[in-house]
Design a protein around this ligand. Structure first.
Ligand SMILES: Cc1cc2nc3c(=O)[nH]c(=O)nc-3n(C[C@H](O)[C@H](O)[C@H](O)COP(=O)(O)OP(=O)(O)OC[C@H]3O[C@@H](n4cnc5c(N)ncnc54)[C@H](O)[C@@H]3O)c2cc1C
Length: 214
């Protein structure tokens, strides 16, 4: 099935004074950040393609860039998700009724997920291997770390959706916990003659450098 995420998929809602944002999958990443700018917030994921890629692709790839790394990617900052599964079921994790109905209608699926989690949890070697593989950026295959990080199968499911590239269902909406967009930022390239002349850790920050850059 091919779904084109054009104008009908570009709605957004700012929630909780910008601490959260609800986005349809056709919103361009940079547009989400423009909506959040007045609140000095932004979405966590920051792929270099943010000016053209869309929220659906960002979430379905678990895309991340130079600043967010693994700390502020979609996996870490997703708050809720609306998903359409292959059987046509709609799950909205922000809606208790929808979650309750899904727990009833998809007991077998959820029991299967729970059993996978239990298998991983009791296999210490496998658990450690998964944790080791996901300590760095790892977007190859499904987010198996969800089986280690969560116990509620609904939580596991939405975190498995992250990075699943459309193979598990269609992300129809996603709510992100946003992150701070610092108003003053600077970067610098400092060159030292050799590694011995590097300053020791935590030197007091020279006053002028601590001033916000205008
Ligand atoms: C110049 C350039 C720079 C890039 N920089 C980075 C980077 O810094 N970091 C990084 O991680 N990646 C990067 N990428 C890769 C890619 O652009 C990103 O991962 C981006 O998030 C993909 O978004 P998109 O809108 O192009 O998605 P698409 O390519 O359209 O989709 C990506 C995948 O997600 C699926 N998908 C899309 N929408 C949904 C949905 N609603 N529900 C379910 N599945 C869906 C698609 O089927 C597809 O499998 C870069 C790419 C380019 C061209």
């Amino acid at each position: 099935m091919l779904i084109t995420l054009t104008d009908d998929w570009r709605n957004h809602d700012i929630l909780d004074d910008g601490k959260k944002i609800r986005l349809q999958p056709g919103v361009i990443g940079a547009d989400a950040n423009r909506y959040l700018a007045p609140f000095q917030r932004k979405i966590g994921p920051d792929p270099a393609s943010i000016n053209s890629c869309k929220i659906g692709g960002i979430a379905a790839n678990n895309a991340s860039g130079m600043c967010c790394g693994t700390a502020q990617n979609t996996y870490k900052t997703v708050d809720a998700m609306k998903v359409v599964f292959h059987d046509g079921t709609l799950l909205n994790t922000a809606d208790h009724d929808s979650v309750d109905a899904f727990r009833q209608s998809h007991q077998v699926l959820l029991a299967g997920i729970q059993s996978l989690c239990a298998d991983v949890q009791k296999n210490e070697a496998l658990k450690q291997r998964i944790q080791h593989k996901y300590r760095l950026k790892n977007t190859t295959g499904y987010a198996l770390n969800a089986l280690v990080d969560f116990t509620d199968p609904i939580d596991v499911l939405i975190h498995l959706m992250v990075g699943s590239e459309g193979t598990l269902g269609f992300i129809a909406e996603i709510t992100y916990n946003t992150v701070i967009e610092h108003p003053f930022k600077a970067s610098a390239l400092l060159v030292f003659n050799d590694i011995e002349t590097l300053p020791t850790p935590s030197p007091p920050c020279p006053k002028p450098l601590c001033q916000p850059l205008k």
